[in-house]
Design a protein around this ligand. Structure first.
Ligand code: NDP
Ligand code: 8X3
Length: 252
């Protein structure tokens, strides 16, 4: 029997690649994001290329009323979500705290922390009721390490690590799996967003090295969700071979 997965931030990067690989491996999908046109394009290509059933929900994870309204529209099989991938997230700006841009901090904290909590709060009660489910939170190497000019982003991803562990403890009695994935550098729209649309600066991030690509992380998510029911992977830390820490790279 096919399972149902809900993926936040499926319009791009890791979320999109995860939708594509799960569709090929027995999941029907609820894909979400703010850019409706990109969700429509992804739905069409998944329907054409796989057996998966797909619906899309357009909402901003920072807006609780939008999240609530979107999930209220789910009925029938779509309300029985087996897998939630909390992927929507971003880094924006790269300044020290003493020069920080408050709006950038709020975007990161509201998306990476509060958005993940809103979605989890609305989806997990049905998992608890059914005593089945798996929640995978996309954290980061920035949730394990610290680097200058990354206070709000590192703080938000350390928060994701803490929230993941707390949810794991809380959902233990119900047999619900909770995991996180902590990637190093993945070439997606991430750097373009971090540098506020400056393509040149974004390109410099990946110059002279081979980063991870979105399908590398999607494959790890597939691995996580295909373990036997008695196995819960707590966290997976995945780096490009050319990156040994947030500050150590091999560039050629
Ligand atoms: P992308 O920018 O390519 O994708 C981000 C996704 O998040 C988009 O689909 C975007 O959709 C969605 N999103 C952002 N803000 C919101 C919002 N307010 N409401 C709803 N959706 C939102 O980046 P990645 O694929 O790289 O990022 C995915 C996750 O991976 C993030 O949590 C990121 O922090 C994490 N990560 C990324 C790494 C990297 O190097 N790329 C490394 C480690 C972790 P839309 O704009 O349509 O709303
Ligand atoms: C993204 C990886 O090192 O830019 O989460 O923070 S890093």
């Amino acid at each position: 029997m096919r399972k149902t997965a809900l993926i936040t931030g499926a319009t791009s990067g890791i979320g999109k690649a995860t939708a594509q690989i799960l569709a090929l491996n027995g999941f029907d999908l609820i894909i979400t994001g703010r850019r409706e046109e990109l969700l429509d394009q992804l739905s069409t290509s998944i329907r054409n290329e796989t057996d998966a059933d797909v619906i899309s929900l357009v909402f901003d994870v920072r807006e609780l009323s939008q999240v609530e309204k979107a999930f209220e529209s789910l009925s029938g099989k779509w309300s029985n979500i087996d897998l939630l991938v909390n992927n929507a997230g971003l880094a924006v700006g790269i300044e020290p705290v003493h020069e920080g841009v408050i709006d950038d901090w709020e975007r990161m904290i509201d998306t990476n922390i509060k958005g993940l909590l809103y979605v989890s709060k609305l989806i997990s009660p049905r998992m608890v009721e059914r005593q089945i489910g798996h929640i995978i939170n996309i954290s980061s190497i920035a949730g394990h390490e610290f680097y200058p000019n990354g206070a709000a982003y590192c703080g938000s991803k350390h928060a994701v690590k803490a929230i993941t562990k707390v949810m794991r403890l809380e959902l233990l009695p119900y047999g619900i799996k909770v995991s996180s994935i902590s990637p190093g550098m993945v070439e997606t729209e991430f750097s373009l967003v971090r540098f506020k649309g400056d393509q040149n600066r974004a390109d410099q991030v990946y110059k002279g090295l081979t980063p991870l690509y979105a399908p590398d992380i999607a494959e790890m998510i597939l691995f996580m969700v295909t373990r036997p029911s008695h196995v819960n992977i707590e966290d997976m830390l995945i780096m490009p071979t050319d990156q040994a820490s947030t500050r150590d790279f091999r560039r050629r």
